[in-house]
Design a protein around this ligand. Sequence first.
Ligand code: PMP
Length: 359
Amino acid sequence: MSETSPKLRAELEGIPTYKPGKPAAAGGPVAYKLSSNENPYPPLPGVMETVTAAASSFNRYPDMACTGLMNELAERFGVPVGHLATGTGSVGVAQQLIQATAGPGDEVIYAWRSFEAYPIITRISGATPVQVPLTDGEVHDLDAMAAAITDRTRLIFVCNPNNPTGTVVRREELERFLDRVPQDVLVVLDEAYREFIRDPEVPDGVEIYRNRPNVCVLRTFSKAYGLAGLRVGFAIAHEPVAAALRKTAVPFGVSQLAQEAAIASLRAEDALIGRVGSLVGERTRVVDALRAQGWTVPETQANFVWLRLGERTVDFAEACERAGVVVRPFAGEGVRVTVGEDEANDIFLKAAEAFRTQL
Ligand code: PMP
């Protein structure tokens, strides 16, 4: 057999493969997964029944236009159906956004550290990532992001709340920033954790997009709605952008099971949002306890907390794992820990306290 392999695009060499949060090890004494910002609650029985019923026809392709889901979303958000696009998780929609706007020679701006997929999907498109460091307070530096705009800029991500820090951009600063962005540059408000926000100064992206044709709101069913495994996300944007997203979508990328589950979840919103309320309560408990232990914890409006640990990051993550919770280390930087089941949070807090006393 020849040693020659097919020619691949040279750019791919330097691009890392997306690394998912580590799963909880099987067979250990206790093992809770706090590494992927998932919803710890099991599916609602009604949603399970809907998915089970939909499973009887998975020999057929799904409704590619996601008609039922689009109608439901249009009503829920008070937007025209033509302003919606769906995708394989919101990461799929983010990739559609880049494919619709940027290619070789173009630039995509985002804060760093932020969602790990941004650099990967930007580089896959051939565009150049422009990473603007967060401030010392771990928040978006919108002035620096505005200053980074050039005539090659095509897309800007504002992750609100930011993954992995949980920090937010507030109304006034966001509006001021948007006033500085040229109208032909698309700004994506990535609101994957929107439902966990309690700070009234954080604007709802859907309200912002209404008056701004260059703003696109990105949402997901993976977090508050608990459908991470089914892969469905969506965007709300004005017609030309939404139409471009429907073009760049992978055909049939959202399964019928996912579509039906998303519709059932929207109809069961009260129960799901109640669960979010409990998680927000746990978030307050976790943050308060960590601060009482002496940790510096940035104000988080998401379902996770961020500890900047620098060189001790990996040690800390290993200590948590030995205690029975798997967290998400970003080596040399810090650890992101999802707010999970009450008992998982207890284990994490104990491990954090033990680690702290050794410092
Ligand atoms: N945006 C942000 C900020 C995220 O943290 C995530 C998931 N970690 C996503 C988008 C993608 O989520 P999904 O593809 O499951 O919708």
